[in-house]
Design a protein around this ligand. Structure first.
Ligand SMILES: [Zn+2]
Length: 184
């Protein structure tokens, strides 16, 4: 089935892929989230099709920029739509969206909303270049913590370094985990 364009403003395009057989809805967003984003239109659509889909997947891999009114509108949007489906997950989180979501976990909605993949920035010191790598959450799991998997530069072959502070960037993976003192 062909995707439907739910919104196409100058800054943001939103496509809906409703699969009646699989009972899934995929929303793909591309552009910037701001005060002009037509999220109300999209949540109305989600409410209208909630009987046709059990699960909702959001692809945010092409969200480039989010301003403060965009953050407020997004949090309202996610809390409204996640209630319409049995499950809600994120297919891909862009680096810019993830930076904000790490500070404001409400941007990912309920803690049980799964993240399938996300962008991780690496840096090559010999080429002085930055590269975004798409990774699954399992790729960074290591023992009881998280660390970036080893990657090599596609240009010079030297090992890449993660270009963010691990503790901060992987914060979203600890959502819903108990915080605070765990005893001695
Ligand atoms: Zn290199």
């Amino acid at each position: 089935m062909l995707p439907i364009t739910l919104s196409r403003t100058e800054r943001l395009k939103i496509l809906a892929n409703l699969d009646f057989e699989a009972k899934t809805l995929l929303l793909e967003l591309e552009g910037d989230l701001d005060e002009n984003s037509e999220l109300k239109k999209v949540s109305d659509y989600c409410v209208a099709v909630r009987k046709e889909a059990r699960s909702l997947t959001l692809d945010l891999g092409r969200i480039h920029y989010v301003n403060s009114p965009g953050i407020r509108a997004w949090i309202q949007f996610i809390s409204r739509i996640q209630a319409q489906f049995e499950s809600c997950s994120f297919r891909l989180l862009s680096e810019s969206f993830l930076h904000l979501a790490n500070q404001l976990p409400e941007m990912l909605g309920r803690p049980e909303n799964a993240v399938e993949s996300f962008e991780l920035p690496y840096y090559c010191s010999s080429c002085d270049s930055r590269v975004l790598v798409r990774l699954g959450c399992e790729d960074v799991r290591s023992g009881t913590g998280f660390e970036p998997p080893a990657r090599k530069c596609g240009t010079c072959g030297e090992p890449l370094l993660m270009d963010e502070i691990e503790q901060d960037y992987f914060r979203f993976l600890r959502r819903g985990a108990p915080t605070g003192p765990q005893g001695a």
